[in-house]
Ligand binder design. Structure first.
Ligand code: FMN
Length: 391
């Protein structure tokens, strides 16, 4: 095969949303845009119907009007928000600064491309219309990137879709999917973005089941089975932090480890801090397990490993990440690689290893779900009480 995988991967992984690095001075030829649209049209299309229609806007009066509509729809808000969070270290600070820049300079961008598709999302269940365009627009962006141009995927304009349709004469029955300002880029090096590694967000044969390697067939403890539960909480990460870093608090929602205490209470908790998780139930009797804090990033991340720092029986982690209007709480576990109660059960019944693992993961997932929902309820109650008190 004569595809240069490294180049393709590089283009795919460095196609960024470009705003501040668009060259506003250098014109963009129609032909290069048409070439990229030809590439983009190779994307799959439901029913193999060619229903995409592209509009290239270069006329200054039209760009001025599009920029006005964009400013009205969200640009003002982007500029105000960017000013408000500038210098605060807010996670959206950089992206807001860049978004505000685009809003201020949209009319100067050499070309604005508006991809549209014949059809509307009308619940008719007919595939292949609306859903056939996003993959194509992304191909367009990657094809531009490979040629030294940059693009910005914007949707804030969509709330003014009717006015844009009128401005450009787009008939009823068409859907605009985005608005893509395009220009040559200032410099051509772009970095990869920070994303979750595939292993953390890819599940095997069922939702939320992870594996650190493999999985082999049949599955083995040595493959590092794990699970993830996530919940969106209407609060800020710093509202959630006291709960996820409080070992006694989060333990109370789980059937598994209803008790937890720090071993050296005089110490500030941090990486390496030692606590003991405990429980008493009919199935395991009384038990205690040593736990060591492995991740500790204020307001964001709290993790611990059980039994042995170097060779843990299990690895647990809470992560709180700000998203629009909420915080996503992610609670994950990886079993092993060290020994635990589970490995004893597997030693006794080695032929049942996959089943033992699968059952254990199901059990953990239901406990973890209780924990994140318990935290969500407490945090959201807290926030509501605080806002009532401040009224
Ligand atoms: C569906 C979607 C809609 C977006 N809408 C806008 C927008 O209206 N304005 C804007 O400046 N950026 C918009 N973006 C860009 C994002 O805010 C963000 O900058 C981008 O995903 C991160 O860029 P990167 O992946 O290159 O780091 C949008 C992105 C997506 C995927």
């Amino acid at each position: 095969m004569d595809i240069d995988v490294a180049s393709v991967d590089k283009a795919l992984s460095t196609t960024r949303v470009v705003r501040r690095r668009l060259d506003l001075e250098r014109p963009v030829d129609h032909q290069i845009l048409l070439d990229c649209i030809d590439i983009a049209e190779q994307a799959p299309s439901g029913g193999n119907q060619g229903s995409r229609r592209w509009i290239i806007v270069k006329d200054q009066a039209l760009k001025d009007r599009l920029a006005e509509l964009y400013m009205d729809a969200a640009g003002q808000w982007m500029i105000q928000t960017s000013d408000r969070i500038a210098g605060t270290g807010h996670p959206q600070e950089k992206v807001m600064k860049s978004a505000a820049y685009l809003a201020e300079h949209l009319a100067e961008v050499p070309a604005i491309v508006i991809p549209t598709i014949i059809g509307v999302h009308d619940g008719s269940g007919r595939p292949g219309l609306f859903d056939s365009i996003i993959q194509s627009v992304w191909s367009f962006s990657v094809a531009l990137r490979a040629r030294g141009l940059g693009s910005a995927w914007t949707t804030a304009n969509l709330s003014r879709q009717d006015e844009i349709a009128e401005l450009l004469g787009i008939p009823d029955g068409m859907t605009q999917i985005a608005m893509v300002p395009v220009g040559w880029t200032k410099g051509t090096e772009f970095k990869k973005a920070s994303r979750y590694p595939a292993r953390q967000i890819t599940y095997f044969d069922g939702f939320a089941r992870t594996w650190q390697s493999g999985p082999s067939s049949p599955e083995r403890h040595a493959d590092g089975p794990g699970a993830v539960v996530e919940v969106d909480i209407k609060a800020k990460p710093q509202d959630i932090w006291p709960y996820i870093s409080d070992i006694e608090f989060s333990a109370q929602f789980s059937e598994e480890a209803t008790g937890a205490r720090w071993v050296d209470e005089s110490q500030q908790p941090g990486i390496g801090s030692h606590f003991v998780g405990s429980n008493s139930n009919s199935y395991m009797g009384d038990w205690e397990v040593d736990c060591f804090v492995s991740h500790f990033q204020q307001d964001h991340e709290f993790g611990w490993v059980t039994t042995d720092r170097e060779h843990p029986g299990a690895q647990w982690r809470f992560e709180a990440t700000g998203i629009a209007g909420a915080t996503r709480l992610r609670y994950s576990v990886v079993i092993g690689p060290g020994p635990s109660g589970l490995t004893r059960a597997i030693q006794e019944m080695p032929e049942k290893e996959p089943r033992i693992l699968s059952r254990r993961i199901s059990q953990l997932m239901s406990n973890m779900t209780e924990v994140v929902h318990g935290i969500k309820t407490s945090v959201e109650n807290d926030v509501a009480t605080r806002s009532r008190d401040s009224d």
